[in-house]
Design a protein around this ligand. Structure first.
Ligand SMILES: [Zn+2]
Length: 353
């Protein structure tokens, strides 16, 4: 049996920009509606740190420009998702720990995007981040699902490298699964810094002893659920030239796109030629059901069909980069037609354990 895990990173943009309604709540509502139509349940990765910071501001009387309570809207949506059978797990972007609200909006701490390099002590140490995050989700969700436990983690921006401290913290707070890694992934910068080039490309899940990126055998109590990836030319991610133009211009998405691959300062200075060259380079891309067009889903599907021994296929998605129904609906229908089954992390853990 081949099983699909549709994960959804529930969050604003990594640089603190974005609007809770426009970039999270509204697209998520649409994503859930389509999932329901195809009998699929999602696994939400709920970013707790921005939630804490925004909640504090709201409770302090700062509306942050919202006319409606954004915290209540997210909470309501998450509970609705749980009632509909979706799973919710922990997403951590440590750049929000010291985020400050200013006249220009949120300013995040650009020196602490990478959970793998996170070394803060005290109230917001790595262990405390995981513990508090887990508690926040359990407090939020147990009123509608009494036996809910938060057991899985995704590091923001795939930044779970190096992972020794993350694994230690997971064991300490009782978390069992991570889903931050993608085979072939490589980034070297302040915002993203990881090397996943040696990871096996055809494994759906593996056991972890000390490091997520080192697959091992047996029941170790911690598992890595890697994200499916494929080497494609960058521009193929963007179905049309309209979208390519969007990336080349200075939209929020474009900034985030370059920032994850180049250092923060260099991408704004890139010439148009450099940007075009950048788009034509090949790179390992994650299988993203919110962003990718049909043609790229077909490339992924063809590759995954070759992996006959594999059971789990993990995809990523972000409401903020949801491109609409077309590619997404096509993918869910094709997966259903080809005998794939949709599952959640919670279901996988109850099968493994
Ligand atoms: Zn994220």
């Amino acid at each position: 049996m081949k099983e699909i895990i549709l994960t959804l990173d529930y969050e604003l943009f990594g640089n603190g920009k974005g609007d809770v309604f426009r970039h999270i709540v509204e697209p998520t509502q649409h994503i859930m509606k389509i999932a329901k139509r195809h009998n699929a349940h999602l696994t939400f990765f709920f970013e707790v740190v921005e939630y804490w910071r925004m909640k504090e501001e709201w409770e302090r009387g700062n509306t942050m420009g919202y006319t409606e309570n954004p915290i209540a809207a997210m909470e309501k949506q998450i509970l609705e998702a749980v009632r509909e059978g979706h799973d919710v797990q922990l997403h951590l972007h440590p750049q929000w720990v010291d985020a400050q609200w200013t006249e220009a909006g949120w300013v995040v701490d650009d020196t602490s995007h990478r959970l793998g390099h996170y070394s803060r002590e005290g109230e917001y140490s790595m262990v405390e981040l995981l513990r508090k995050g887990k508690e926040t989700l359990e407090q939020l969700i147990t009123p509608v699902k009494p036996y809910y436990h938060c057991t899985a983690l995704r590091a923001g921006g795939y930044n779970a490298f190096p992972s020794d401290e993350i694994v230690k913290a997971m064991r300490e707070v009782g978390m069992k699964m991570d889903s931050s890694l993608y085979p072939g992934g490589f980034a070297q910068g302040e915002i993203a810094d990881y090397d996943y080039r040696t990871l096996p490309k055809d494994k759906g899940v593996w056991s972890v002893e000390n490091r997520l990126e080192e697959p091992t055998q047996g029941k170790t109590g911690i598992y890595e659920l890697p994200i499916c990836s494929l080497e494609i030319t960058r521009w193929r991610k963007y179905a049309s030239w309209e979208r390519v133009k969007n990336i080349l211009s200075n939209t929020q998405q474009s900034k985030e796109f370059y920032a994850s691959k180049m250092s923060q300062t260099s991408h704004t200075k890139k010439s148009m030629t450099d940007k075009i060259k950048f788009l034509f380079e090949k790179e390992c891309q994650t299988w993203d059901y919110c962003l990718l067009p049909e043609a790229v889903h077909n490339l992924f599907l063809a590759e995954m069909e070759k992996q006959t021994d594999r059971r789990y296929y993990t995809l990523v998605g972000h409401p903020k980069s949801y491109m609409g129904e077309q590619g997404y609906s096509f993918l869910l229908k094709t997966l259903n037609d080809n005998g794939y089954r949709f599952t959640t992390i919670q279901e996988i853990l109850s099968n493994i354990e």
